[in-house]
Design a protein around this ligand. Structure first.
Ligand code: SAH
Length: 357
């Protein structure tokens, strides 16, 4: 049997991140695709994304939901609306719903726990939460209510850069890696990831990020390009933070695909989405490229159309005018067009090592 972990050294990862030769890159895509097939198979799991609130207490320099973006009209979905979307997910055959929001303390831990319980009992779907850096008691309560997974990207493992782009709240430290470890102890499947091409990000630190994916033994890894939002400090591209061009990680499709491929090789059993941000860079076939270079998950959007444009973490996001039904058929067609199939069931992390092919 193939070993469950393909060990990669920092040096090897860095060399791949620097590689530009088309033939060599073809070899990387092939290797990542083979590891994806051997470890997680040809099924593409669909996670229905519900963006339940765009209120946010934080001032992240990259994100359009930041509290300081006063131009953004804020919304918070009702329990009834969220349950309606979860029922749509079940009707569409999705195995999981992902509830995501800004860091919104207007969402009480008890209220969300009640919703998680109802989704679990009324639909049986797996529930993933992505609510930012909430206190331990909230995370524990949601886990007790039945939440299965939690997504919290560490964004970059470069502590100095992270401090500049993700300031802490006045009364609290920000240590996402510590929170991920707590989530693991609480019994969640844990997901994390990074943005590629943050102004000030170096290839060395990006290689560190991939090593950290493996060290944390992540169950899910989300990777997308940084996309400048004009309502944020990094909106002009953040060039005041930028490094000399030769050191700065470019926020390109090719670099994102390299990180997806290397994440697959470093963490072969992980569930890795082909992200909306990648599809925003390449509207024609960004989704397919991610799926062909290591990814095995897609997150179709279930958020009611009236709220979608308001969940503007970055501008020009794809699919903001499509209905949930349109997203579903578009994504289905894309999966079938590359010879893959939609997976049934919740599609959780499998730890069985390579599957027989
Ligand atoms: N409040 C939650 C969810 C944030 S949105 C949290 O902080 O975890 C989910 C992800 O979108 C973030 O983790 C970040 O990686 C990504 N994101 C935010 N702004 C972005 C931008 N300008 N470009 C690309 N990705 C961005």
């Amino acid at each position: 049997m193939t070993p469950a972990v393909i060990f990669m050294l920092h040096r090897e990862i860095l060399n791949w991140l620097k590689e530009t030769g088309p033939k060599m890159l073809e070899a990387l895509w092939r290797e990542a695709d083979a590891a994806r097939r051997a470890f997680v198979g040809d099924d593409v799991h669909l996670r229905g994304l519900i963006e339940i609130s765009n209120h946010c207490a934080r001032q992240c320099a990259y994100c359009g939901l930041r509290a300081g973006n006063v131009k953004l009209e804020r919304y918070r979905m009702t329990e009834k609306e969220i349950l309606g979307c979860a029922n749509d997910a079940a009707d569409y055959g999705y195995g999981t719903v992902v509830l995501q929001a800004g860091e919104d303390f207007g969402i009480s831990a008890e209220w969300l726990a009640g919703i998680v319980k109802r989704i679990k009992s009324e639909t049986g779907l797996a529930v993933t939460l992505s609510m930012g850096e909430r206190p331990y008691e909230d995370l524990a309560l949601w886990r007790e209510a039945g939440a299965d997974r939690y997504l919290l990207r560490f964004e970059t493992s470069d502590a100095e850069l992270y401090g500049r782009i993700h300031p802490p709240l006045p009364d609290r430290e920000t240590d996402r890696i510590a929170i991920l470890r707590e989530l693991r102890k609480l019994g969640y499947e844990i997901g994390s990831g990074v943005m590629v091409g943050i102004p000030g990000q170096t290839l060395e630190s990006l290689a560190d990020d991939i090593m950290l994916f493996s060290e944390l033994d992540l169950d899910m890894i989300g990777v997308g390009p940084f996309i400048a939002h004009p309502g944020t400090p990094l909106g002009g591209g953040g060039y005041e933070l930028a490094l000399p061009a030769e050191d700065q990680v470019p926020a390109t499709e090719e670099m994102v695909c390299k990180v997806i491929a290397l994440a697959r090789l470093a963490c072969p059993e992980a569930n890795i989405p082909s992200t909306t941000a990648l599809a925003t860079l390449n509207r024609d076939y960004g989704r397919e490229l991610g799926l062909m270079r290591g990814a095995n998950v897609v997150m179709p959007n279930l958020t009611p159309v009236e709220y979608r444009a308001k969940y503007e973490i970055y501008p020009s996001k794809v699919c903001i005018y499509e209905t949930a039904d349109a997203c579903r058929s578009c994504i289905n067609n894309r999966i079938v067009s590359i010879g893959r199939q939609v997976g049934a069931g919740a599609g959780g992390r499998r730890r069985a090592g390579a599957i027989a092919v």
